[in-house]
Ligand binder design. Structure first.
Ligand SMILES: Nc1ncnc2c1ncn2[C@@H]1O[C@H](COP(=O)(O)OP(=O)(O)OP(=O)(O)O)[C@@H](O)[C@H]1O
Ligand SMILES: [Mg+2]
Length: 248
């Protein structure tokens, strides 16, 4: 489903060139819940932003279902991006729009009829358990509810892939658990491939099938969650396990 080949992303700063992602290759299978974990600054967000080309890698290839995103025209890329949803730590909802209108937003952008967009949005709000809140505004919602709206919005264009960048980091442990079980349900019901970026070990433990561990722009360890957790090889994996949550 997702193949990253030798991805390198370098940021030019005044003093030096910073290799935020340094020669990373990864394969993520269809239907996987794949965790990418590492301490702050390891390059996780930069790597995940390379998957939908929010960040264009300086080197390497991004293949989604066999399509090389770097070879597409702008129009083709826009189409491919509809297949990739994304959610964030701070939800990024539109505060002037109601819950329903936040979810219809991506459908309006691709020119769907209003009635059709609303029908789809209501279906998704039901899936995330927020059908009662369609007329509320983001400011009237709790953090967990906001993230549910963001998930519904990310699913509006029927993506094959959902990218989650620290989607539960702003939530308390109970709410985190409910959002994670919602993601698991979506993975099972819709067959969605989910990529989860986190610094929280318990997130990986709770729902990921596979995990890659990043340090200083590189993937230092990768494998099934039980294997990596029972027998961590890299120092950083051992440290992440020790600190349980990655707070250094
Ligand atoms: N636009 C940018 N310009 C310059 N440097 C950047 C830029 N974006 C990221 N970086 C640098 O790249 C490195 C990796 O950043 P990234 O955000 O990918 O880390 P991360 O693993 O997601 O960290 P966190 O857990 O804190 O979110 C960091 O050193 C960061 O300062
Ligand atoms: Mg990040």
């Amino acid at each position: 489903m997702i193949r990253l080949e030798h991805i390198t992303k370098t940021f030019q700063t005044k003093e030096t060139n910073l290799h935020a992602v340094n020669d990373v290759s990864l394969t993520i299978e269809k239907g996987d819940i794949y965790g990418i974990i590492g301490f702050s600054g390891a390059g996780k967000s930069t790597l995940v932003r390379c998957i939908n080309l929010l960040e264009v890698p300086g080197k390497g290839q991004v293949l989604i279902g066999g399509t090389n995103l770097l070879e597409l025209t702008e129009e083709q890329l826009r189409k491919e991006r509809q297949k990739i949803g994304m959610i964030f730590q701070h939800f990024n909802l539109l505060s002037q729009r109601s819950v329903l209108d936040n979810v219809t937003f991506p459908l309006e952008i691709i020119g769907k009829k209003k009635s059709e967009a609303r029908g789809k949005a209501r279906e998704l709000l039901k899936l995330v358990g927020l059908e009662e809140k369609e007329n509320a505004y983001p400011a009237q919602l709790s953090g967990g509810q906001k993230q549910r709206v963001a998930i519904a919005r990310a699913l509006a264009t029927d993506p094959d892939i959902l990218l989650c960048d620290e989607a539960t980091s702003a939530l308390d442990p109970m709410t985190t658990a409910t959002i994670l079980s919602l993601l698991k349900e979506i993975n099972e019901k819709l067959g969605l491939t989910i990529v989860i970026i986190t610094h929280q070990m318990e997130v990986v433990k709770q729902i990921c099938h596979k995990v890659a561990i990043m340090e200083a722009g590189k993937v230092v360890e990768e494998g099934s969650v039980p294997t990596v957790f029972s027998n961590p090889k890299s120092e950083v994996a051992k440290n992440l396990l020790l600190t349980e949550g990655g707070q250094k």
